[in-house]
Design a binder for this molecule. Structure first.
Ligand SMILES: NC(=O)c1ccc[n+]([C@@H]2O[C@H](COP(=O)([O-])OP(=O)(O)OC[C@H]3O[C@@H](n4cnc5c(N)ncnc54)[C@H](OP(=O)(O)O)[C@@H]3O)[C@@H](O)[C@H]2O)c1
Length: 241
């Protein structure tokens, strides 16, 4: 899948990795980018990157009517990047029930409902790609991020099923498993983090090279190698964090 001349839709494009993805798509020659955000006013700087190619899109991925409207507003999409996500800290026994529901609504159902809505659009446009932003902790759980891990692990399973289902429709499905990235999501967490621009660039390279599971930074690459060798050792390592 080549990005040059593709028409992409990025959810959560107003900041963090989403914003970096818009910049990387522009640099890679995308024809058009729909930049989705819950509040379109937060997209002013994103649209200003290239007013001819970046179009703002009012899109909360937890709202069915927004998703339906997006398919009408963006009928030429060939690449969907399901980037929007939220993280609530806490263990399974103490995280509030509404926080559990909110994370699944965004991190799992948001991706699922966007994929279900846009797969026919992408197919009608001759095929393309769906890229799901997952996380390294989908592979092995960190107890302090318990429900976030679970929502992303469910999204990983969904990614695998979609990949098999959509292959015959000429739609490639990618999963991205970053380690710690320097965005608002991990603000206040003191640990080595990768710059979002490097994550975005690795995602574009992975998609263009047909790498289904993309580990876009040194932390994720190293831990994936360790997980393949001994997944129980990684589980025990994460349990101590
Ligand atoms: N940062 C990390 O270390 C890391 C590691 C692995 C994976 N990831 C994943 O990478 C993706 C991007 O994260 P980030 O680091 O860029 O986080 P971020 O800086 O917190 O940005 C999250 C983005 O998602 C948007 N969003 C949240 N809920 C939404 C909804 N219901 N509908 C539409 N947009 C929504 C936010 O919009 P608002 O501005 O309206 O809140 C924001 O644009 C997420 O899926 C995250 O789980 C991040």
């Amino acid at each position: 899948m080549q990005i040059r001349n593709a028409t992409a839709l990025v959810t959560g494009a107003n900041r963090g990795i989403g914003l970096a993805l818009v910049k990387a798509l522009l640099n890679s020659g995308a024809k058009k980018i729909y930049a989705g955000a819950r509040d379109v006013k937060t997209l002013e700087a994103v649209v200003a990157l290239d007013r001819a190619r970046v179009q703002p899109l009012h899109l909360d991925v937890t709202h069915a009517e927004h998703i339906h409207a997006a398919t009408a507003a963006a009928p030429d999409v060939t690449v969907l990047i399901n980037n929007a996500g939220i993280l609530e800290f806490g263990s399974f026994v103490d995280v509030a029930a509404d926080k559990v529901a909110r994370q699944f609504a965004t991190n799992f159902y948001g991706k699922l409902n966007m994929a279900r809505a846009f797969a026919p659009v992408i197919e009608a446009n001759g095929g393309g790609a769906i890229i799901n932003m997952l996380t390294l902790v989908a592979l092995a759980s960190m107890p302090g991020l318990s429900t976030y891990n679970a929502s992303k692990a469910a999204a990983w399973s969904m990614t695998q099923s979609l990949r098999a289902t959509l292959a015959s429709k000429n739609i490639q499905v990618f999963g991205v498993f970053p380690g710690a990235v320097d965005t608002d999501m991990l603000a206040g967490v003191d640990m080595p983090k990768t710059h979002p621009a490097d994550i975005a660039s690795a995602i574009i390279s992975g998609v263009e090279s047909g790498t289904e599971d993309i580990f876009p930074d040194p932390m994720s690459t190293q831990l994936y190698a360790a997980w393949k060798t001994d997944h129980k050792a990684v589980e025990r390592q994460f349990a101590l964090m």
